[in-house]
Design a protein around this ligand. Sequence first.
Ligand code: SF4
Length: 690
Amino acid sequence: MSDATETFEAEQTVCPFCGVGCTIEHAGNGVATGVEGPVNERGEICPKGAAAFDPVTHDDRVTTPLVRRDGTLATAPWAEALDRVTAEIGRVVDEHGPDAVQFFASSNCTNEENYVLQKLARVLGTNNVDNCARLCHSSTVAAMSDRLGAGAMTNTLDDLQQADCVFVNGANPAEQHPVAFRSYVLPAVRNGATLVHVDPRENDTTEAADVHLPLRPGTDIELLNAVAAVLIEEDLVDEAFLAERTTGFDRLRDHLAAVDVAANAEAAGVEPEAVREAARAYGEADRAAVVTGMGTSQHRCGTDNVHALLNLALLTGNVGRPGTGVNPLRGQNNVQGTSDVGGLPGTLPGYEPVDDPEARERLAAAWGVEPPADPGLTEVEATHRFGDDVRAAVVFGENPAVTEPNANGVDSAFEALDFCVVIDLFETATAAHADVVLPGSAWAEKAGTVTNTDRRVMRMRPNAEPPGDARRDLSILTDLGRRLTDRPEEFDYDGPESVFDELTDVTPIYEGMSYEGIGDGYQRWPFSAEAGEGTDVLHAETFATGERTAPLVAVDPVPPVDEVGADELTLTTGRVLQHFNSGALSRRSDRLMAMRGEDALQIHPNDAAARAIEDGDRVRVSNDRGEMTIAADVTAAVPEGVTFCTFHYVDAAANALTGDELDPEAGIPEFKHSAVAVEPAAEGGAVDAD
Ligand code: SF4
């Protein structure tokens, strides 16, 4: 229940939900309103943005530290809670070394907070720090960094409006990034751009599409190779671009010559003519932009999927110009910045590899201690090693017990830790395993910067004080830095601005940015201190690798991990307009719950009929990893053989069914394809909602 009171100041800040980064402020009575900002130029917001203050005042807020005594979390003074953290982490480091501690950074918190968290890990002596970009976009970052030299959107939201074709692969921006879709993609479509939507489901994005390719989950490579084959077959490639800006065309052409477009289309479950139509729309456009999301990235072959997508852009010369490029839309409001400032186990602030001696030396000059050279563990790898060589976890503003795959396994893994401290607003499913819970600050209570999906760094400003004894996250993290490391002076800051000044000094892509320069607007990375501005369109003359050319890559299909038995269906998961991630914030909004209070499993009418399931019936969804009970939504919006639900509502349920096999390069799990049995639930089967 939300206790909406007039406790908020009307200070301009940034919406805490998706990566679009709309500017909002408090309009009174606990409601947010959009104000003209760098992204939402006319003050547009979506329902989540309007409800952003609801969880801030929710009765469930943890307002005093909690310490586990005799198996139960009990309130405790800050001094006792912090002493316990210091003693327990200190003991684990003394007995097992710093690599026995895993740090979970938060893509829902500021750049400054995440910078301090990763600095704490590295000054302590470990690169074991990761964030939930691992679960969403690590494969996109891996493939794009490898080929182009940068893993972020190649272009800007603004210049999407100049596209003649928008090829949306594995994303549903109409619901997941609503302001980006309505203010940037739809205007292009209204101006005549062709919208191609590659997605197993029909959803709000499909409604605006000219071509829909409802592929079977796990067949992106078959489909994208077929599109690439048509581009070559029908001479829709850009010969001049191929000659000047790419390598490896002959090899890719030979590889694609063996692709039978009709066979690949059939494997993907789509019409061959629709594949050709999509390829022509993309290949014939003067400016064609790819927009991609987790439908592409969250597979055991997520990195290969993105490689296949990048081939389309490079074959047709759709890179380095406005209205083109490959544009991954980021999920959380600071998932981009958390990775930018070093919240990753393999890269330092600014994506410099941890094994780069020059980058480590530069940090040593700033921090007085050199970060370790060996990459740390990803967060999924770490949970697999809890209780083994990983003995303690510092979980900052994340809820891995819900968001990690094979959640039942993750649940028991947390129990195997010697010690776990959680910094959060609520007693989350992860906090249930904690030895200490430190009450942190909500988005509306903090100052700092966040970086949105098109690389814009913007300022958040506090609208309220944290409730009770809760403290601002930055002050908790700097306190931990002073207590846990032998360089306490490295964690003395005058406030978020002084942290930002330091991070811009050591993060090359942010160098030259300042709070004053950002003001009410933004500064975009890569930023040029000399020019006083950032770069809008990447890879114009040279790629971010420093090279004039980028390689084309032959990609072979990789089957999903789960084999789908004759009586089984494929479960794919995703998000809806009204809710967000594990639902810890959005399910604490009466407004959003009134709009969509319960999840439902979308199932095709033929699959439902074969199982004697009617619309609204409760069904049991299970596999050998777990099970859940949920209402059936019988609809032809999903293809036969495919079911869909979100992971917003039922703590751990959807992810109790997903597997934890990882993409070998990026470590991303296969959230988008799990084999499940679906059957009518036993009488009285209850929804396990929290
Ligand atoms: Fe917030 Fe994203 Fe909605 Fe904008 S589009 S209001 S950033 S959730």
